[in-house]
Write a protein that binds this ligand. Structure first.
Ligand code: UFG
Length: 324
């Protein structure tokens, strides 16, 4: 089993990945500056509170902990915020990554799994989306991830880095038994907002009901965070066993509309979802669904928690524990 550094391990997807890595017997060190992550998401003793831009500290952690590979989550993730303050995304997402890669180079660690995004495709010409579709982000968040992907390609070529880039779709769900789930501040994601509406009675807004989709609302590929975590584990183990560099989409291949999400929440919770209709949210593509055949074939990964009601049941259990 390997020693793995996880950046952003106190965040939503990072913390689930840390949980499953340890369950599998890997030894994990988390670096997180806690600017958006939560200390409570990380088991005692494995968290180092440090900013990725502190290249010297990251280098010594990699060396002292004898890390063999890095899984890199740490990033800001809000599309809306990125359009208002792109420089934050350059500094944190791009600058943080560049510093991390320099530290890896200095510490002699060359295996990297990178958390990328479906936002790399912008408004894709064809759905389901395969990895060879044009890269055309439509917001600075997506651009920041694409810039880092490009750096990684260059490091693969010129520095012998070995990397897997995972472009994932809509992460959701929870691992309530482990006390882990989705809790962003401010929350902008659909499922936690709908669950909050059920719990508080404050209506959620449906952003646009006039899209060219069967019920007029946007379609997304909702992937359970624990399935996503398993994809990272497969990816890092593939690199540890000297597998080839690659980029993979991670999704279920199933598209669900906003209305379908609302009705699945009603089924799971047994309560009505209070909602109001609102205008379209700027920058929302009508339909994003992954073709993740390449990942399934290459790494023998399967989304085993793909059922929407299953996803929502886990998220609902976590939201009820949280109380809002
Ligand atoms: N939505 C609503 N009301 C809300 C929130 C969302 O109707 O209050 C709708 C959105 O319009 C969208 C769907 O629910 O159609 C999903 O929205 P999310 O904000 O939950 O997720 P996004 O699809 O916008 O974003 C996700 C990731 C991003 C990533 C993006 C790729 O969270 O990190 O996919 O396009 F960039």
């Amino acid at each position: 089993m390997a020693r793995i550094l996880v950046t952003g391990g106190a965040g939503y997807i990072g913390s689930h990945t840390v949980y499953f890595l340890r369950k599998r017997g890997h030894s994990v060190v988390v670096v997180d500056n806690l600017s958006r992550g939560d200390r409570a998401n990380v088991p005692e003793g494995i968290l180092r509170v440090v900013d990725l831009r502190d290249t010297a500290r990251i280098t010594s952690i990699l060396k002292e902990e004898r890390c063999e590979a890095v899984i890199h989550f740490a990033a800001y993730i809000s599309v809306g915020e990125s359009t208002k303050a792109p420089e934050l995304y350059f500094a944190n997402n791009v600058g943080g990554s560049s510093s991390l890669f320099e530290a890896m180079q200095q510490a002699g660690v060359n295996k990297l799994v990178f958390s990328s995004t479906a936002a790399a495709y912008g408004n894709p010409p064809r759905v389901p989306i395969t990895e060879d579709q044009p890269i055309a982000p439509i917001n600075p968040y997506g651009d920041s991830k694409v810039m880092v992907e490009r750096m990684i390609e260059l490091l693969d070529r010129y520095r012998g880095f070995r990397s897997i880039r995972l472009r994932y779709f809509n992460a959701c769900g929870a691992e309530p038994e482990a006390g882990l789930g989705e809790r962003h501040d401010p929350e902008t994601h659909l499922i936690p907002l709908v669950l909050r509406a059920v719990l508080t009675g404050e209506p959620v807004t449906v952003f646009g009901e006039d899209y060219d989709t069967p019920d007029g609302t946007c379609i997304r590929d909702y992937i359970h965070v624990s399935d996503l975590a398993e994809a990272h584990i497969k990816a890092v183990e593939h690199l540890l066993y000297n597998g080839a560099d690659a980029v993979f989409n991670v999704g279920t291949g199933l598209g669900h509309s906003v209305r379908e999400v609302l009705s699945a929440v009603e089924t799971v919770s047994g309560r009505k979802v209070p909602y109001v209709s609102g205008p379209r949210r700027e920058g929302d593509p009508p339909r994003l669904v992954a073709d993740s055949q390449k990942l399934q074939r290459t790494l023998a990964w399967k989304p085993v928690r793909a059922d929407l009601e299953r996803i929502i049941a886990d998220a609902w259990q976590f939201a009820r524990k949280l109380g809002t």
